[in-house]
Ligand binder design. Structure first.
Ligand code: FMN
Length: 307
């Protein structure tokens, strides 16, 4: 008999998501901006825009440029700071019954710890996503995600301080993702998410100048999907903790590719900019696929990829 109702919930070990579709940090505001388009409680979770301790302006414009099948951004992590988030945004997300995942940033290891300690005092957060792709002043501006020692250092310090589970978000701009993934796992990370954006450059040939004021930017969108999928697959094979996959997902089929190689959940980023309801559509498309293929639990599909 054909499957009528699909169980879309997925277990991360430390948290059960009602479905595997989360938003990607920085592409869905703090969640409340998207309420006219999406009923937040229908999502597996809302990952907020990155939060530092203090408010920040971000980089000067131009800081976004469209490229073939993608977006190049050098936004520079502007934000309202952790205290304003807790005071003004979090109560509204709680009212909406959203599953809230806060993306945590820091210029120093101490700042990551300060942000997490502050969030620990607030109610209505499911877990944290550690953005280790922030320029670190103690590492001469390099981000911790590029180096296994720096990754270990920040993740272990935050893990000791935090009262909630931690997902470490990895950068794709490395030669051996397994090395970094294992460093985060050994440091106590409860799960991993990847990928953040790929470092890129766009040139205006009329002026012979960079299209972004920051010169370099992070590439996201459909252009990166096969690159991201390869990195997610390699990471799943390298660690024993859950992996959340993202990078260029636009359809339910794209999301299922990530689940098939072992990701337990996915995040949707750039697609929100051209289809604000992409997350809900993707959940529906995944569910339809399961029904058509007689899969009663989405978890049974995870890791089903074979060579
Ligand atoms: C405009 C913009 C802002 C972003 N801001 C953040 C951020 O604050 N923290 C973070 O961890 N990732 C940030 N990202 C990266 C995305 O969360 C995601 O990792 C990346 O865009 C790849 O997914 P996609 O191809 O589905 O967009 C940002 C991406 C974009 C395009």
């Amino acid at each position: 008999m054909a499957v009528q109702k699909v169980d879309m919930s997925v277990d991360l070990g430390f948290f059960r998501l009602t479905n595997p579709v989360l938003t990607a940090s920085g592409t869905f505001g703090y969640g409340i901006e998207m309420m006219p388009f999406v009923e937040l409680k229908k999502l597996g979770g809302v990952v907020t825009k990155g939060l530092y301790f203090e408010p920040r302006e971000g980089n000067p414009p131009p800081r976004l440029v469209e490229v073939t099948a993608g977006l190049l951004n050098a936004i520079g992590l502007p934000g309202i700071g952790v205290k304003a988030f807790i005071r003004d945004i979090l109560p509204r997300l709680r009212e909406e019954k959203a599953t809230v995942i806060v993306n945590v940033c820091g210029e120093t290891v101490e700042e990551y710890v300060k942000v997490v300690r502050c969030l620990d005092e607030a109610e209505g957060i499911a877990f944290y996503e550690l953005n280790i792709s922030c320029p670190n002043v103690e590492e001469e501006g390099r981000c911790p995600a590029l180096n296994p020692q720096a990754t270990y250092s920040v993740v272990s310090r935050v893990k000791k301080a935090a009262q909630r589970p931690i997902v470490t978000k990895l950068s794709p701009n490395v030669t051996d993702i397994a090395l970094i993934a294992r460093a985060a796992e050994e440091a106590g990370s409860d799960a991993l998410s990847l990928v953040n954006t790929f470092l890129g450059l766009a040139v205006n040939v009329e002026t012979r100048r960079p299209k972004l004021a920051n010169v370099y930017g992070g590439l996201s969108g459909p252009a990166i999907k096969p690159l991201a999928l390869r990195l997610v697959y390699q990471t799943v094979q390298a660690v024993n903790i859950p992996v959340i996959g993202l990078g260029g997902i636009v359809t339910g089929y794209d999301a299922l590719e990530f689940l098939s190689v072992g990701a337990r959940a996915v995040q949707i980023g750039t697609a929100n900019f051209f289809d604000p309801q992409a997350t809900l559509r993707i959940i529906q498309e995944m569910e339809e696929f399961c029904r058509e293929h007689n899969i009663s639990r989405i978890e049974d599909f995870i890791g089903s990829f074979r060579i």
